[in-house]
Design a protein around this ligand. Structure first.
Ligand code: AQP
Length: 329
């Protein structure tokens, strides 16, 4: 059976990018395999963050997971920090990834470029090591990710090759899975940049009220041509809005573009995008409000931690034995 693992870092307010690229697909996974969805709170510590903000973001993600239709009876939903094996496996597998390859990671280069040298922690550099441990602990063969995480998955695959070559078939080879449409939603104010919760300019936040969301879409940066078609290089703003429209309507970008052939008023096009976003996010946000008010996510996280710990500790022991640690049963 397919084992699927995915997670979101509680580094900031979740965006429409997180919804289209990740959240929206989670409920489909649970019918097609064994699903592990976690809140990557240890990863969130790789960038400076206030403790209260981190806690509140983590609660929000748990509630958003449930609002997305994840069923705790089918999917294991948990906090990364509730499963100590993530850190323990990290301590082992860090010896099979190398400084040179980690320093080539685009995410590290992008994030560290925006920081002072004194602020860049070892955790940010070693982020892909912990991510590999997250995946390998659950013997996950499928890891749904956005485009910019594919490089980290490749590194996890290199690690598995190296490790299994040395110790035998101990680790399961993971594979990244990228959505056909919406793998990289861009900022509305600068459509050449990814919509990102830790760099929140021109983002739609899932906690924004609907009026604000519509306003942000109506004032999205576009161009002067007055024609709606897909050309991400020369028309990044319109192409981004077309991608959002296509992804939320479950159609191809070509089909979305056809619907707006001959449309010369960007206002009309933007209104159609805003209507689509409202239709999708309206009920989702209402479910989130109910879940956050009821606090039901806390019990889900406790149960999830139990199930995740059982599986993770089994894998950890297998790895510990393989590398020669004395495992006392
Ligand atoms: N703009 C996006 N378009 C499509 N998918 C996206 N994802 C994030 N932004 C977009 C997907 O959401 C999931 C969770 O992401 P994450 O928090 O683990 O890391 P990230 O990709 O680095 O997301 P952010 O929002 O950009 O976070 P920060 O700013 O903290 O680094 C992933 O599946 C991701 O691909």
């Amino acid at each position: 059976m397919e084992r699927i693992l995915s997670g979101i870092k509680p580094t900031g307010q979740l965006t429409l990018g997180n919804y289209i690229g990740a959240l929206r697909h989670f409920k489909d996974f649970q019918d097609n395999g064994e699903v592990f969805i976690f809140i990557a709170d240890l990863h969130a510590l790789t960038l400076p963050i206030d403790p209260e903000v981190l806690r509140s973001n983590s609660r929000d993600i748990a509630a958003f997971y449930l609002a997305s239709g994840l069923d705790p009876k089918k999917a294991t939903i948990f906090l990364q920090s509730s499963v100590p094996a993530h850190s323990e496996l990290n301590a082992i597998v860090q010896n099979y990834l190398y400084m040179g390859e980690l320093s080539r990671m685009t995410q590290f280069k992008d994030k560290s470029a925006k920081m002072n040298d004194k602020e860049i922690g070892l955790g940010l550099f070693a982020y892909p090591v912990l991510m590999a441990a997250d995946i390998l602990l659950y013997d996950a063969n499928t890891v749904p990710v956005g485009e910019d995480q594919l490089q980290h998955i490749e590194l996890a695959r290199d690690l598995v090759h190296r490790f299994n070559y040395k110790y035998g078939e101990v680790l399961v080879m993971p594979k990244g899975k990228v959505n056909k449409v919406g793998a990289r939603i861009m900022s509305l104010s600068d459509p050449t940049k990814k919509m990102s919760k830790s760099d929140p300019k021109g983002d739609i936040f899932l906690k924004d009220d609907m009026k604000t969301i519509r306003k942000k879409i109506m004032s999205a940066v576009t161009d002067m041509e007055g024609l709606v078609y897909y050309d991400p290089v020369n028309k990044p703003g319109i192409s981004n809005l077309l991608t959002i429209y296509a992804a939320l309507n479950d159609i191809s970008i070509e089909d979305a573009a056809k619907q707006f052939e001959g449309c010369t008023r960007y206002g009309d096009f933007k209104k159609a995008v805003a209507d689509t976003v409202e239709r999708e996010l309206g009920p989702f946000k209402a479910r989130y409000e109910e879940i956050i008010a009821s606090g039901e996510y806390l019990e889900v996280l406790k149960e999830g931690a139990k199930k995740a710990n059982e599986i993770a500790s089994t894998t950890l022991k297998r790895v510990q034995k393989a590398v020669g640690l004395l495992v006392l049963e």
